[in-house]
Design a protein. Sequence first.
Length: 175
Amino acid sequence: MHLTRCIVPAAAVALLAACSHGMHHGGAAAVAELQPTRGNTTAGSVRFEQHGPHVMVFARVTGLQPNREHGFHVHEKGDCSSGDGMSAGGHFNPLGKPHGHPAKSDHHAGDMPNLKADGHGIAEAKFHLDGVTVGSGATDIVGKGLIVHANPDDYTSQPVGNAGGRLACAVIVKR
């Protein structure tokens, strides 16, 4: 019996260690490597995983204004060539809905929760999105742009939530 008590806790420790090192087991996955726009220092990595009807998002973004919120959206074009992020176009909105909070029924497919930076200008976020997919259909985010904005999204101003300039841009690519 002593052997059983030693094996079970050891297995539990190994499982917890695997989970804490970022092992995620979803369906299709995509990644985006945020690069600063001209004159900015914001950068980071974002992973998108299909989990049944929703997409899990795992983000780590640096170079933000400390203790501030920043708008965070999927944009319609996977193009960061302009230097200011404007080549990524507007919010990804294949279903023609108004801009709004991602927890509400009516919102752009590209609307996501604001990033919240800590006192060092780092934001780590984990949340799920409804209304988008990774790798298939009209709401597929693969090949789209990802933008971090200078200001928080107010979720009411149309069409983009008054989130201000674009601090970082990435193209979402299938993993």
